[in-house]
Write a protein that binds this ligand. Structure first.
Ligand code: GDP
Ligand code: MG
Length: 406
């Protein structure tokens, strides 16, 4: 089981289950489910962090590897159901049967969309994975921010990538992880600036320091200060993680082993063991923190949902009242209840024949309909009277003439 999932099961799952059960009760408007996006410079370790969190192998390495935004939609299945994957981009859609094929398929998709080489594309690759071992969550892997275009890349590649990133991190339901390697000066990171622009209060931005094993000797204390939120302040603070390096990937160190190595690394580190002790280090701790953020997000959206439910409830109650009370439980009372209903029905049938108001029926007011009809009839009679008078006068005149003549 991957690390994020363990945390998720305990804390977020009850929230998601609550939403699911509300949905099955027919609450139409669903809650926008949370997403986690990672942003940072090229090769800062974004894909590695996502991979360690989700347990799904993603393409990573040096240079520009993530060339299209990749939306990884994870869906939890009941235990015992088979792993299932589907990749879609543009008008292409393909099922993936083997988890080991995921990386290859993503690379193929990127080549298809951004061309073979180093270009990037705005278009989204969507990867859906259903498994009993993943949480219901969307992760977004984004291309890294490039400062200078290398050969074969358009001049404005930096701007292109930034535009693309802000499109994703602007969304309110997205939590942004700003990834910065330990061996880089954090103050110069563009990603942090971008995150602060779209989320000035830092409500949904988390700083992640990576590659602590590659830290410049002598700068360890600065890194500790950063993680302690003493250098560039972020409301949500920082975490530090160690993922698999290129060598470990070549040696096929599994994700589970990598978690153990990570723990040992922090525990034994002269400077960073303090960060381990106060809960600021390792992927499992990061997963724990993210989970809390997700729960917070869902809880924040609940009042809106509650409002909708109240409105619906009031409507339904009004409708129920029109039907009156239901049959009583007691057998004898039930009989009286039935007799009452039959009598009411008979009464209505009678009323209908004499044009009276109905007890149970609705919108059937005979009187007003009749009044309209009578008004029309009276009009007709009035006019007919005039004609009749006129005819009578004419007939009288004729008769007089005839008598005169005689
Ligand atoms: P991205 O471009 O930001 O997505 O970065 P990747 O996740 O592809 O990582 C770039 C390279 O850094 C890969 O070769 C990773 O194996 C390596 N890497 C990532 N995290 C660490 C780490 O904590 N320590 C070491 N030594 N290497 C890492
Ligand atoms: Mg990447």
């Amino acid at each position: 089981m991957n690390t994020l999932n363990q945390q998720y099961e305990e804390k977020v799952r009850p929230c998601i289950d609550l939403i699911d059960s509300l949905r099955s009760l027919g609450v139409e408007k669903d809650l926008a489910l949370p997403a986690i996006a990672v942003i940072g410079d090229q090769s800062s370790g974004k894909s590695s962090v996502l991979e360690a969190l989700s347990g799904v192998a993603l393409p990573r390495g040096s240079g520009i590897v993530t060339r299209c935004p990749l939306e990884l939609k994870m869906k939890r299945q009941k235990s015992g159901e088979e792993w299932y994957g589907k990749i879609s981009y543009q008008d292409h859609e393909e099922d993936i049967d083997d988890p080991a094929d995921v990386e290859k398929k993503i690379k193929e998709a990127q080549n298809e969309m951004a061309g073979i080489g180093l270009g990037i594309s705005d278009e989204l690759i969507s990867l859906e994975i259903a498994s009993p071992d993943v949480p219901d969550l969307t992760l977004i892997d984004l291309p890294g921010i490039a400062r200078v275009a290398v050969k074969g890349q358009p001049e404005n590649i930096g701007d292109q990538i930034k535009r693309l990133i802000s499109k994703f991190i602007k969304k309110q339901e997205t939590i942004s992880l700003v990834v910065v390697p330990c061996n880089v000066d954090i103050a110069t990171t563009e990603a942090l600036k971008m995150a602060q622009e779209v989320d000035p209060d830092g409500e949904r931005t988390l700083g992640i320091l990576t590659k602590p094993d590659l830290v410049d000797k002598g700068t360890e204390e600065t890194v500790v200060d950063i993680v302690h939120n003493e250098v560039i302040h972020l409301k949500k603070g920082y975490m530090i993680v160690r993922c698999r390096g290129q060598k470990e990937i070549t040696e096929k160190v599994s994700l589970t082993d990598a978690i153990e190595r990570e723990e040992a690394f922090f525990k034994d580190h002269t400077f960073f063991n303090a960060l381990y002790d106060d809960g600021h280090a390792t992927i499992p701790k990061l997963a724990e923190k993210l989970t809390l953020e997700l729960v917070h997000h869902i809880e924040k959206s609940l009042p809106r949902l509650e409002e909708q439910i109240e409105v619906k409830l009031a409507q339904t109650q009004a409708e129920m009242e029109r039907y009156g009370s239901g049959p009583p439980t007691d057998a004898a009372e039930r009989l009286t209840f039935l007799i009452d209903k039959v009598t009411a029905f008979n009464q209505d049938a009678l009323n209908l024949t004499v044009g009276e108001e109905l007890r149970c029926g609705e919108k059937l007011n005979v009187f007003s309909a009749l009044r309209r009809e009578f008004a029309k009839w009276r009009d007709l009679l009035d006019r007919s009277g005039d004609d009749c008078k006129c005819n009578l006068v004419q007939t009288q005149d004729h008769e007089k003439e005839r008598l005169d003549w005689i």
